[in-house]
Ligand binder design. Structure first.
Ligand code: GLO
Ligand code: MG
Length: 398
């Protein structure tokens, strides 16, 4: 496991920069177009950008218009020094997707989602993007459970698989990522269990060798997990351990227990948890990209404000990286970690490798000193660890 910090590269959704800042109760508060956003982006440390098809052209745009916009967008990105990183099909905003997209109960809608998805795969390739994100915004139900939930999942995975196969057949080098979200805009989203259930579905439906490493999970931390008071650090650990984490994550700010806030990174969040996300990634030697998927608050309306938001997002992640570097360099942490990562008892360590587990367990039983002896272990180290981590985060470590 690595003990150094690799500074992350950054990306951001184009849709974040052009978000007009309205809400269901209030009008748009700003009007920053894509070109203006790219201009601002070029002045920051965020050197990658991602798009939905719909961020750039209407869903029913004529092919000539699409070609023109692709040319223009590529030109603007190269002029401002920004790489096109991800491309994605918006399979949720069009009114035809009000009952879902790949998983809609209606075959005409499922077909529309597949056509749009395959178009996006072509465009991702044309843009030279690295990944196609699949966020099933409207997959799920608003409470009627109008179709069998397992069937809904199977339909979702079938649509996705057709799009992935389509790209493979065309020889594109794209990686596909599923972005889970526990709820909203649907009240009962298809992946009720976040990244873990998405990973499980991918393993089940994409188990042929041709798909190995081609379909991964891109989580959005902390928003999509903490919006239902779940925990991103454990999910992240599982995705890394199982090799299911995409080469990038989405990141932003979230008040726990609220609907998707997409606040500036750090705002509303639990800094201890955010720190643990960065620590976990660096401990594992992850070399991915942090893609901001959040937006300026409604009260920020100018390009100057947007610049502050973008620099603030980078600054927050860099601050966390600095804290993780301080953690790696801290002698007290090294001692505490030592106490928390003691080697496996040699009998336990070899139990599964032995020809007979029963024989090994028998030996373990024979050597067992009783539960009171196990309770004697000094667990105070856990609080000491937490206190030391907090002092590093708050800059009060002595
Ligand atoms: C919404 C999602 C959304 C996706 C985007 C990429 O909550 O985070 O922004 O990330 O559509 O597919
Ligand atoms: Mg996202």
């Amino acid at each position: 496991m690595g003990k150094s910090v690799t500074p992350a590269g950054f990306s951001i959704g184009g849709w974040c920069g052009t978000n007009p800042g309205g809400d269901p109760f209030g009008d748009a508060v700003r009007n920053i177009g894509m070109d203006a956003f790219l201009e601002v982006l070029g002045t920051t440390a965020i050197k990658r950008v991602s798009f939905h098809d719909r961020d750039l052209w209407p869903d029913d745009a004529a092919p000539a218009l699409v070609t023109e916009v692709i040319g223009h967008t590529k030109e603007r990105c190269s002029a401002t020094g920004v790489e096109i990183y991800n491309f994605t099909s918006n399979n949720f905003s069009n009114p035809c997707f009000r009952s879902g997209a790949f998983s809609s109960p209606f075959p005409q809608v499922r077909a529309a989602a597949i056509v749009k998805g395959c178009n996006a795969v072509d465009h991702a390739n044309e843009f030279g993007a690295k990944h196609v994100i699949w966020w099933g915004g409207r997959e799920g139900s608003d409470g009627a459970y109008e179709q069998d939930a397992g069937l809904g999942l199977a339909r979702y995975m079938l649509g996705l698989k057709i799009c992935v196969r389509y790209g493979l057949e065309k020889g594109y080098k794209l990686i596909h990522t599923v972005e889970p979200k526990v709820y909203e805009p649907r009240l009962l989203a298809l992946y009720a269990g976040t990244g873990a259930s998405a990973a499980s579905a991918i393993r089940h439906y994409f188990n042929e060798p041709a798909f190995a490493g081609r379909v991964l999970v891109n989580p959005e931390y902390p928003q999509h997990v903490m919006m239902l008071n779940l925990d991103p650090v454990f999910e992240l650990g599982q995705l890394l351990e199982e090799g299911m984490l995409a080469p990038f994550i989405h990141f932003g700010g979230q008040i726990a227990g609220r609907m998707d806030c997409d606040l500036p990174p750090g705002f509303g969040s639990n800094v201890y948890t955010d720190f643990m996300i960065v620590l976990t990634l660096n401990r594992r030697g992850w070399r991915g990209v942090v893609e901001f998927d959040c937006r300026p608050p409604r009260t920020t309306t100018s390009c100057q404000g947007l610049t502050g938001f973008l620099n603030g997002a980078v600054g927050y992640w860099r601050m966390l990286e600095d804290k993780v570097a301080a953690y790696f360099a801290d002698a007290q942490i090294a001692d505490l970690e030592g106490a928390l990562t003691a080697d496996e008892d040699s009998t336990v360590g070899s139990l599964l490798a032995a020809s007979s587990v029963a024989k090994g367990v028998g030996q373990l039983r024979a050597n067992f000193k009783g539960f009171a002896a196990a309770a004697d272990v000094n667990t105070d180290v856990i609080e000491a660890y937490q206190r030391r981590v907090m002092s590093i985060i708050t800059g009060t470590a002595k």
